[in-house]
Design a protein around this ligand. Structure first.
Ligand SMILES: Nc1ncnc2c1ncn2[C@@H]1O[C@H](COP(=O)(O)OP(=O)(O)O)[C@@H](O)[C@H]1O
Ligand SMILES: [Mg+2]
Length: 253
């Protein structure tokens, strides 16, 4: 199972969700492989020791066709990570947009899986739809779209739906997807209003679980920690554990 965590909007909780969903999976004895496909490399920065040379990052998959297994680094309590590097910003301009490049991640993951790699791959996408995000979409068999609980994000979600519908004929398959409300603030009527509108728009494709706005979630990365290592009894930890349970029960993950 390969899941791309995507949204063209930044700051909606993509990276946070990849990290904490992986940590929840690891606690459920199903550690995942994480791929940081964002030139901003935020996920790799949280790891603490994964940021290094471009040739040891996922950039090397594009530059030299390096096997992903050589690039993966261990992440205690989370799984394994293939780090990003700022050079990734050049992938669009250097390597073009041909099928060989668009399918590079998919083929890389096939090789890794054939060699006995993780069953679950989570891809942290960058906030724009270029060659890198297309790599994630082409490689993934499903997509998780975090949407923060505000009106502009709701608009963004409708735009993504439009984009995915346009991509489906190209891929010749339906993109299995779930929308996830993040940064949900129960004190605000707006959060419930957005939830209601999302439910009307996306029906069963909206996760039942919402991720609360929770200070422990925001604090944890500064200590290179996932939410369960930082504050296991926090609301954020409960929410991400519930999300993992919901997605596993639905065989989405
Ligand atoms: N549920 C949450 N509660 C509080 N802060 C959050 C939550 N989710 C994300 N954040 C914070 O919001 C910022 C953006 O989140 P991030 O996961 O990096 O978004 P993206 O990857 O979509 O750009 C980060 O500082 C993160 O710690
Ligand atoms: Mg991010």
């Amino acid at each position: 199972m390969r899941m791309a965590v995507f949204n063209q909007k930044g700051g909606v909780g993509k990276t946070t969700t990849v990290l904490n969903l992986a940590a929840a999976l690891a606690r459920d004895s199903a550690p995942a492989l994480l791929v940081d496909l964002d030139p901003q490399a935020h996920l790799s920065a949280v790891h603490g020791k994964a940021l290094g040379e471009a040739h040891n990052s996922v950039f090397a998959l594009y530059q030299d066709n390096r096997p992903l297994d050589d690039l993966a680094v261990a992440w205690d309590g989370v799984g394994r990570l293939i780090p990003a590097h700022a050079e990734l910003i050049k992938v669009d301009s250097i390597f073009g947009k041909g099928p060989a490049i668009l399918n590079r991640l998919s083929i890389g993951l096939q090789a890794l899986e054939a060699a006995g790699g993780e069953d679950t791959v989570l891809i942290d996408c960058c906030p724009f739809l270029g060659v890198l995000s297309l790599n994630a979409i082409f490689a993934a068999d499903r997509m998780l779209i975090p949407v923060s609980s505000d009106y502009l994000s709701l608009r963004g979600a409708l735009q993504i739906e439009h984009t995915l519908k346009a991509l489906e004929p190209v891929l010749k398959r339906r993109i299995e997807r779930r929308y996830l409300l993040t940064r949900f603030d129960r004190r605000r009527k707006m959060s419930f209003d957005i939830q209601e509108r999302m439910r009307r728009q996306f029906g069963a494709e909206l996760c039942e679980t919402v991720i609360s706005e929770n200070v422990a979630i925001a604090e944890a990365p500064a200590m290179s920690l996932d939410i369960f290592s930082h504050h296991p009894t926090s609301r954020g930890a409960q929410d991400y554990m519930a999300l993992m349970g919901e997605l596993r029960a639905a065989r989405f993950i």
